[in-house]
Design a protein around this ligand. Structure first.
Ligand code: GDP
Length: 394
């Protein structure tokens, strides 16, 4: 069960954003009873046009969309890696998530205090990144010690003597250390051999987790798609291994969400924002006023290498989550573990074929007639088939 976590200094907007996501979830909670809300964790519904299309077509009794779990990890401050603030407790919370939204404050406000007195996203990026890297450096020291002890034991070498390290371990360790010492997350370096990747997996580093940089700016900056810090942030991210940057505004999203029960008022708010954009002399599709929340959720899910396949019928339309590159039996195993063990074949159709062929019917008949309903065996990769209808034959 993979999760994303919000990480950032205090007062950058983490809990505001968590609440916004929970609010989006609340709005749908009537439809999705499983959508429990915890102050520190939201299960954000993954926006998915294919799923919505299936729901519209099948009109089932129940619907189960894919969700992305996101945890608000509060408490990171300068010195956390040495135990300041929540210190190690905080860092173990990061260790428990699989991907990181690194939230950075780029909005000015006299009312919201900044822990370091002034707004400077580059300094903040440095602070957070160096805390994560310092923690990883500490982990690497332990990894090295453990490896040495293991080899000493295996080879009967004395405690005081330096044991010979394996070649792959040594190169993986050296590369990680060099990255971490230059404040660069290990994740972003693609210069690893397969063997090194295997070794690094056992190192338990925080900075191997995918990171998405989320820039929280004022509503006005968000509407005009500009903020004086953005180019500098882009440069910093490029210099620290690259990564996706998502500019957004909690202020804008909050106002939009506060109006979600009144669609007319919400539209009026968007119209007003569009007027403001026009008044700034800006136009074109790049300046369309819309929420960034769907993009945020999709990006998190992609960074975790997750994708959906669907089952659809009159009782239920459901999106199931699998890792990219999963094989058909693993996909079946998500539905029920017995299905993986006893897997013989799956019957599947491609979503686009279904959409093109079903002719308004909530059935596979037309897809079958066209010869597009296939049986897939044990080695079929789910990348190849966006499984629509998975009927497991035991
Ligand atoms: P956290 O400590 O990172 O969880 O930060 P919070 O979400 O609690 O936000 C701290 C304060 O900043 C709150 O008073 C928010 O209302 C305010 N805040 C968050 N995002 C924005 C924003 O985009 N613009 C402005 N002006 N205030 C914001």
């Amino acid at each position: 069960d993979l999760k994303m976590g919000f990480v950032g200094l205090p007062n950058v907007g983490k809990s505001t954003l968590t609440n916004i996501l929970a609010g989006a979830c609340h709005a749908e909670a009537a439809n999705y009873p499983f959508c429990t809300i915890d102050p520190n964790m939201v299960q954000a519904i993954v926006p998915d046009q294919k799923f919505n299309y299936l729901v519209k077509t099948y009109k089932p009794q129940s619907v189960v969309p894919a969700v992305l779990k996101i945890v608000d990890i509060a408490g990171l401050i300068r010195g956390a890696s040495e135990g300041a603030g929540l210190g190690n407790a905080f860092l173990s919370h990061i260790a428990a998530v699989d991907g990181i939204y690194h939230l950075v404050r780029a909005f000015d406000s006299d009312e919201v205090i900044h822990v370091d007195d002034s707004v400077d996203p580059i300094r903040d990026l440095e602070t957070i990144q160096s805390e994560l890297c310092l923690k990883d450096k500490e982990s690497l020291t332990k990894v090295l010690e453990n490896e040495k002890n293991k080899i000493r034991k295996e080879k009967g070498i004395a405690r005081s003597a330096e044991p010979p390290l394996g070649e792959v371990f040594k190169s993986a360790y050296d590369k990680c250390l060099a990255l971490i010492e230059s404040n660069t997350p290990v994740q972003t370096c693609e210069d690893f051999t397969m063997g090194e990747v295997e070794a690094i997996r056992d190192f338990g580093l925080i900075t191997t987790k995918p990171q998405i940089y989320v820039i929280n700016m004022s509503k006005n900056n968000f509407l005009r798609k500009g903020n004086k810090w953005l180019p500098k942030i882009q440069t910093w991210v490029n210099e620290h291994g690259g990564g996706q940057i998502i500019p957004m505004s909690c202020e804008f999203e909050q106002e939009l969400m506060d109006l979600q029960d009144d669609k007319d008022a919400q539209q009026a708010f968007i119209d007003k924002c569009e007027e403001e954009v026009k008044a700034m002399g800006l136009s074109g599709p790049g300046f369309a006023v819309k929420s960034v929340v769907p993009r945020l959720i999709r990006a998190g899910r992609q960074s975790l290498c997750l994708q959906s396949f669907y089952t659809a019928g009159p009782m239920e339309v459901r999106a199931w989550t699998i890792m990219k590159g999963s094989l058909a039996p693993q996909a079946a195993g998500v539905i029920h573990t017995d299905f993986e063990r006893g897997f013989i074949k799956a019957e599947v159709a491609n979503f686009d074929d279904f959409k093109a062929l079903h002719n308004g019917e909530a059935s596979m008949a037309k897809v079958k007639d066209a010869g597009k309903y296939r049986q897939e065996g044990k080695r079929t990769s789910c990348k190849k088939v966006i499984l629509l209808f998975l009927c497991i034959i035991l």
